[in-house]
Write a protein that binds this ligand. Structure first.
Ligand code: AMP
Length: 123
């Protein structure tokens, strides 16, 4: 079945994360640099639940290109630094790609989840 998720060519021109990046709506930031912003999820699924987002409006991993590889690596390095700063030892990163996988905001984001036991496999 075709995935109805937006792609770069038909994505909404803006998302709630775009508005956060522009400072139009508030967030609870834990990291900021020239490439990305990390902030606490408004509906946390664990004691620590942070989202790491690129400043560049990539829709999701499927929308990224080989040229984005350094940026994608940076997002993962920031995820690890956030986890360490939060005092986590066991933690999980999640990147939902497409509506069928639970992606609801079509601006790439890395979930950093921890602070409680995490079951496997995920739902
Ligand atoms: P996903 O379902 O993978 O697209 O994840 C989107 C995440 O964004 C969800 O965990 C939401 O709780 C979170 N979220 C939505 N709006 C906000 C917001 N304004 N501030 C922080 N997190 C948000």
């Amino acid at each position: 079945m075709a995935d109805p998720s937006p792609t770069a060519s038909n994505a909404p021109s803006d998302t709630i994360f775009g508005r956060i990046l522009r400072g139009e709506i508030p967030c609870d930031p834990v990291h900021s640099d020239e490439l990305c912003l990390a902030f606490r999820d408004v509906n946390p699924q664990a004691p620590v639940h942070v989202l790491v987002i690129p400043r560049q409006p990539l829709v999701n991993l499927a929308d990224a290109s080989d040229d984005d590889a350094p940026l994608l690596g940076h997002l993962l390095r920031v995820a690890a630094k956030v986890a360490a700063a939060e005092g986590l030892s066991g933690w999980r990163t999640v990147i939902n790609n497409g509506a069928g996988a639970g992606q609801t905001v079509f601006h790439l984001h890395v979930h950093v989840i921890g602070g409680r036991p995490l079951a496997w496999p995920p739902g």
